[in-house]
Design a binder for this molecule. Structure first.
Ligand code: G3I
Length: 554
């Protein structure tokens, strides 16, 4: 080694030692608050805040300021607070939130400029041109008020403009102004603050479904027209009884591919009261899954929880008998959901490779010609990621079939064949995807099929199509038999080169180009002549105009 190069090595070594003392460490302390771990991952972790609690409760203030790096005003920035009478602006509540955030080095996401709720009657009664002007003025004044304030970095410009079936919500905005109010609102917001990130926000758009696809198509089309839509907000008001939208990450990714950032804007996970430890565990899994989805998608800026303590939540007021949706209990004690959010944000260094314990032998309950109820003793998970649910398989020798999934220790299998013996077993699944050993087998035989001619039909309708894909919605499933059915299975064929992107209201599996759609757990029961529907989205080679064929129902 030359004198020069050994001097260089000594210098680099010295710099390395100095750097080790001076540079911030990249991994956060395990016990650090949520915001520390989130920052280490390049994400924000946020909460919605209410002004009266902020003013009146020290515990509320302490947790809000310590744990979170981002805040959203739960109500204080809505139109009925900021402009209750035309031209009379009141920023007292909004400023209280923004000042708190500034003191605690937090970002504020402005919520919300144009919504059909919490908007005063004087707006709703205006004619078209006066309403457009009032909207543009409101946006100019409210966004303008914070344009030079570095704490306020983004806005929900329009909120909840779609129905769950993907159609436009017939709000007073839409009824008076048509679809144009959306582009006008975004342009007004950009004009008022060129630096703020501008978002469209909605609920029930976490997974790939008709509503999120409508949002996807709108964002794509607005951006093609040069309308300044920067970001998409997934509210994420989830409930443990409805299942987790397991394609959330995939959904975020398809939006990210449009060039927008995405964010989880109003996360909470409600449950039927009373709370118990099994529900808490399931809830924690949902929180963990949402955080993990955001961590896995570079374009996801962060996750905002809609409040943090069960002491204050909109849920019990809106969903009777439900609650406990947040990560602290009503006494400000951290719940398993807090730990799940914390560990997901802090994760990476200790992957969970421990499978859950083996579930108990399934007990067979009611069996019909096409369904069977099973329950078993629950598993536990000690690997850190927590229990996610159970897979139920049919024992078939070399390749067993997945018959269903459940988040609790019971399931009603549907879509079974009549007069058939089934041997089934259960495997538990944890949040990291580890599967337990197989439970012991349970055996049952389905009843004989309905007399008098059972049967069902399925027909698919193309709802919308574009160069590279299409949405089939609805696929109408009708019971054409003379007795009720408790499950259905629809099969159809995708043209060569077409791939399924997502589906809703059915459990769908794909083998080659054959798609099998079984009823979801809430739409399998059909009386004679009754119908239900599901939908799906497909990607196809650009220029190809073929669509699926051969719908059959059994
Ligand atoms: O402030 C008044 C109080 O003076 C009065 O005594 C009391 C009587 O009902 O009402 C209080 O106002 C309530 C307000 O929350 C503040 O607590 C309103 O009635 C109530 O309707 C309002 O609910 C808010 C709801 O939006 C309104 O639609 C919830 O707090 C808020 O969490 C909720 O947030 C929405 C998001 O903005 C958009 N996405 C869905 C989300 C949940 O619904």
């Amino acid at each position: 080694m030359s004198v020069l190069s050994s001097a260089l090595v000594r210098l680099l070594t010295l710099l390395g030692i100095v750097a080790a003392f001076l540079l911030p460490t990249t991994s956060a302390d395990a016990s650090a608050p949520l915001r520390t771990h989130a920052a280490a991952k390049g994400k924000f972790i946020g909460t919605a805040l209410a002004t009266s609690q902020l003013a009146n409760e020290a515990s509320y203030r302490t947790i809000a300021g310590t744990e979170f790096s981002q805040v959203t005003a739960e109500n204080a920035m809505k139109w009925d607070s900021t402009e209750p009478s035309q031209g009379q602006f009141n920023f007292s509540g909004a400023d209280q939130i923004v000042n708190f955030a500034t003191q605690n080095n937090q970002q504020v996401h402005g919520h919300t400029l144009v919504w059909h709720q919490q908007t005063p009657g004087w707006v709703q009664g205006l004619g078209a041109s006066a309403m457009r002007q009032a909207m543009q003025n409101h946006i100019a004044q409210v966004v303008g008020h914070y344009a030079s304030n570095a704490t306020v970095t983004s806005w929900d410009v329009v909120n909840e403009i779609f129905d769950d079936n993907g159609g436009w919500r017939t709000s007073f905005w839409y009824n008076t102004l048509g679809q144009s109010f959306v582009a006008d609102a975004f342009r007004a917001a950009r004009a008022a603050d060129p630096d703020a990130k501008l978002c469209i926000n909605d609920y029930n758009v976490e997974g790939i479904n008709a509503k999120s696809t409508a949002m996807y198509n709108l964002v794509s089309s607005l951006r093609q027209q040069g309308v300044p839509v920067d970001c998409v907000g997934f509210q994420s008001h989830l409930a443990i009884q409805y299942g987790f939208p397991s394609d959330m990450q995939q959904n975020m990714e398809r939006f990210a591919a449009l060039g927008v950032t995405v964010r989880v804007t109003e996360l909470d996970v409600r449950m039927q009261m009373p709370r118990d430890s099994s529900k808490d565990t399931t809830q924690a899994t949902y929180y963990r899954n949402v955080v993990n989805a955001c961590l896995a998608v570079t374009a996801c800026a962060g996750v905002t929880i809609w409040g943090f303590t069960d002491k204050y939540s909109w849920v019990p007021d809106t969903f009777s008998g439900q609650g406990a949706a947040l990560i602290y209990d009503e006494n400000y004690q951290q719940k398993p959901s807090y730990t799940a959010v914390h560990d997901a944000l802090a994760g990476g260094s200790n992957p969970d490779t421990t499978a859950p314990s083996t579930p108990g032998t399934p007990t067979v309950g009611t069996v019909t010609s096409n369904s069977a109820a099973l329950s078993w003793t629950a598993s536990t998970d000690t690997g850190g990621s927590g229990m996610a649910g159970y897979n139920v398989y049919r024992e078939q020798g070399a390749t067993d079939t997945l018959l269903g999934q459940s988040t609790s220790a019971s399931i009603t299998l549907t879509g079974l064949s009549p007069s058939t013996q089934y041997q089934v077993y259960v495997r538990a699944r944890d949040g990291a995807g580890n599967l337990s050993a197989n439970s012991a087998l349970a055996t049952f035989t389905t009843e004989s099929g309905p007399g008098g001619g059972g049967g069902c039909t399925a027909t698919g309708t193309i709802q919308t199509q574009w160069g590279g894909g299409y949405v089939v919605q609805p696929v109408t499933v009708t019971n054409t038999g003379t007795s009720a059915i408790t499950g259905w299975t629809v099969t159809f064929t995708l043209p060569s080169g077409h791939t399924l992107v997502g589906s809703w209201n059915a459990a769908v599996t794909v083998s080659g180009q054959t798609v099998t759609a079984k009823n979801a757990n809430y739409n399998g029961n059909l009386a004679p002549n009754a119908s239900t529907s599901f939908g799906f989205q497909v990607a196809r080679p650009s220029g190809n105009t073929q669509t699926p064929s051969g719908y059959t129902c059994a």
